[in-house]
Design a protein around this ligand. Structure first.
Ligand code: SF4
Length: 363
């Protein structure tokens, strides 16, 4: 069991963050925010993939003016990412966004920060302070980067606290995993605000997934982290599936497909790799937690995957369907995939019926 850090709770839209709430999965759109339809289309897709909060870049006033239309139609809370211009922050809050990502120290005049903070407080809009190792303020170059990141974040936090604002989240991102890990560890000793975790510029899905899994995995295993974003150079939906795999691997979320498949070996006599990929593809959008096994041989398969809710294992030209390690029936190889998918549908339907009965019982 992972003992999670006690962080202060807050809400982004209706989504609870911190205070023991489940770790929230976020992403960021890569469309032009001024293009409302394209941005909304991507947010809807992200939502279908399981994304809980979408962040959108607000580089100019035209993008800020698109926010009300985006926010009104978005199925999930929307966070506006703003860099230097306080007028964009005011317009975003006015436009109804659920959160801001903004570093107050980057806004030149104190009264401008105060104006933003007043509006954010009046509408209970949290602000994420996001420090990146690549854009640290000058000075203190002799200090280790994690320490400089923490000091930069504390500087931003102080500005908000001086204005009596505490709906704060913090992120401390670096490309380098040990730097990121150390920065969050240090920060955890200093503040109780919830943490948004990420490894920035992590790379393509192949390399970025691994960097993110290592970095976020270390932190999450230590109980640090209330929301996560896996940054990948690719389809934002890939970020969501990788994020959930990281959380599932640590037992922090239970959602959708958990695929158990063996690496195959000299005993394999079916197209195991093709089969495993087809199963993953078919069940990718599943929401209900289910463990599905695709194993290469009938001798070891069912036993090695006995925790699977349902599974298949191959023999010569034929295979078996098994549940919790027990064989249900044998069939030709060509029928394995469809038999497995039928069983998965039946398990999902049974789960839904059970939920409905429990729901009725409680009301
Ligand atoms: Fe080999 Fe069977 Fe183990 Fe797969 S389950 S790796 S085929 S022994």
């Amino acid at each position: 069991m992972i003992r999670r850090r006690a962080s202060r709770p807050l809400q982004i839209g209706g989504v609870p963050i911190g205070g023991g709430a489940p770790v929230v999965v976020q992403s960021m759109t890569n469309t032009d925010t001024r293009d409302v339809e394209a941005t909304l289309g991507q947010i809807r897709r992200l939502h279908e993939c399981g994304c809980q909060i979408a962040r959108v870049a607000v580089p100019d006033i035209k993008a800020a003016r698109a926010l009300p239309s985006i926010k009104n139609e978005s199925p999930i809370p929307v966070v506006a990412d703003i860099h230097f211009d306080y007028r964009l922050a005011l317009a975003a809050i006015e436009g109804g966004v659920d959160g801001l990502r903004l570093n107050p120290g980057n806004i030149r005049r104190r009264e401008q920060v105060a104006a933003v903070v007043k509006e954010a407080r009046d509408r209970s809009v949290p602000i994420r302070i996001g420090v990146n190792a690549g854009s640290l303020p000058p000075g203190n170059e002799d200090k280790p980067t994690p320490q400089r990141m923490v000091e930069a974040a504390l500087g931003h936090i102080r500005i908000l606290e001086d204005l009596d604002f505490d709906l704060i989240k913090v992120s401390l991102k670096a490309f380098d995993v040990p730097t990121t890990v150390e920065a969050y560890r240090l920060m955890a000793e200093r503040v109780s605000y919830p943490f948004h975790l990420g490894i920035t510029e992590a790379g393509t899905p192949r390399t970025g997934s691994i960097r993110s899994a290592v970095g976020l995995g270390i932190l999450l295993a230590e109980g640090l982290g209330d929301t996560i974003r896996v940054s990948l150079t690719g389809d934002p939906c890939d970020e969501i599936s990788v994020a959930y795999e990281i959380l599932k691997a640590l037992g922090l979320r239970d959602k959708g497909l958990t695929l158990i498949s063996c690496p195959s070996c000299g005993r394999t006599e079916i197209d195991l790799i093709g089969l495993a990929h087809r199963v993953e593809e078919k069940l990718l959008t599943l929401d209900r937690p289910i463990k599905v096994a695709v194993m290469g041989c009938v001798v070891n398969g069912p036993g090695e995957a006995r925790e699977a809710d349902i599974g298949i294992a191959g023999g010569r030209g034929k295979g078996i369907l098994f549940r919790k390690g027990e064989v249900i029936r044998t069939m030709p190889e060509a029928e394995l995939l469809s038999a497995l998918l039928t069983e998965v549908d039946a398990l999902v339907a049974a789960g839904e019926r059970q939920e409905a009965v429990t729901g009725l019982g409680e009301s």
